[in-house]
Design a protein around this ligand. Structure first.
Ligand code: NCD
Ligand code: ZN
Ligand code: ZN
Length: 361
């Protein structure tokens, strides 16, 4: 076989769920390191979550994080607004400039959490119908929020589906014609709780929300692959000192390991390249109403063998739950809006090259 026969061109990938930690926790990540990690992972467009410090819940905090993004982002981006108990009107007025609205309905990292169903309703009533809403809702909470979205006759995207009961619930909702979409993360697709000891992930290092589930849950995600609209890294960097501390924050980094894991599944015949493109490009573009990035593509060697190692990553958190994982398929080059931004394992885009795709005008 010709040496280059395994090299293919793909569109720049989209990650609709990343945590970039600026403002407030730039020792874990910032707009610079996080978007460098995105490019090194083949993602040319990322949607950043609002659970920063302070959280992005209004005009002032949105401007604060976007000011940092304008100076520092190396890939394209948009920023989510966070739903709080008092801000339904304010965030709705800012919808056009945001990736979407994020509703945290179960306990996870950061102060954003909506406990009162009255607050859920206020946001469903106020947020523009044609703009995305993403919910962190696990188990029974997921059933509740699907019902409420249906009653308000609006689309809803469910973050990081992790269990058999969740994916079957979403399947049923779709079969009934409800406008729900969902994403799954690489860690819920490729890991389960039984893998934790062998991966050296104990104590705080194992903590992630939703928790890693059983092998049967993981297999149910694969068995219902057609129900999973998007793959999303839920890149949630925390340092090992924090993970090993007394109050370990939940979350795994994921931007730089996602594509090698998907490509390895392609090499093994568990996914097709088309499956990956649907979930990392076509569907996120449609669900989140994202513009085309002109002259933007990846060059990927489908056969190249590799090994995941945190030593080679751009993320500031310095570790990965996939350390030592053998992979097949390697990103060689990324071109974003006509410029080479990644080549030979090196990010070439300067801070500030990234554009806010929701910026008007
Ligand atoms: C996320 C984080 O650290 O911000 N943590 C996680 O375990 N997934 C929050 C979230 O996505 O729920
Ligand atoms: Zn979450
Ligand atoms: Zn998240």
């Amino acid at each position: 076989m010709n040496a280059d026969a395994s090299v293919v061109k793909m569109p720049g990938l989209i990650d609709p769920h990343v945590h970039l930690r600026e403002p407030g926790a730039t020792h874990k990540e910032d707009w610079d390191s996080g978007t460098a990690a995105a490019l090194a992972g083949g993602f040319t467009l990322v949607l950043a979550m609002p659970n920063t410090q302070p959280p992005v819940t209004g005009a002032a905090s949105l401007e604060m994080t976007l000011a940092a993004a304008r100076r520092k982002a190396r890939c394209d981006y948009a920023q989510y607004l966070g739903a709080g108990p008092e801000n339904a009107g304010e965030v709705a007025s800012l919808a056009g400039g945001a990736a979407g609205l994020k509703m945290y309905l179960d306990q996870t990292y950061g102060p954003l959490r909506l406990d009162q169903m009255a607050d859920w309703r206020a946001h469903f009533a106020a947020w523009p119908k044609d703009r995305p809403i993403v919910a962190h809702a696990e188990g029974r909470t997921m059933a509740a929020v699907i019902l409420l979205a249906a009653l308000y006759e609006r689309p809803l995207h469910l973050a990081h589906v992790a269990t058999r009961e969740e994916i079957l619930l979403i399947r049923l909702a779709k079969e009934k014609g409800l406008r729900v979409t969902c994403e799954a993360t690489p860690h819920h697709l490729f890991l389960c709780e039984e893998d934790l000891p062998a991966r050296g992930l104990s104590g705080g290092r194992a903590e992630v929300r939703p928790r890693l589930a059983t092998a049967a849950d993981r297999e149910a995600l694969w068995a219902n692959l057609e129900v999973i609209d998007c793959f999303a890294s839920d890149h949630a960097p925390h340092t090992l000192a924090e993970k090993d501390g007394a109050q370990p924050p939940p979350g795994f980094p994921g931007l730089e390991t996602a594509l090698p894991l998907y490509l390895s599944a392609v090499a093994e015949g568990r996914l097709s390249l088309e499956d990956v493109l649907m979930r990392c490009y076509t569907n996120p573009r449609r669900i989140f109403n994202l513009p085309e990035q002109p002259e933007t593509w990846l060059e990927v060697d489908l056969q190249a063998a590799g090994e995941i190692s945190a030593g080679k990553t751009y993320t500031r958190c310095g570790w990965t739950p996939f350390e030592g994982w053998q992979t097949r398929g390697r990103l060689q080059r990324v071109v974003l809006r006509g410029r080479e931004v990644y080549h030979d394992e090196t990010v070439l885009a300067a801070p500030g090259y990234g554009k806010n795709i929701r910026e008007q005008g």
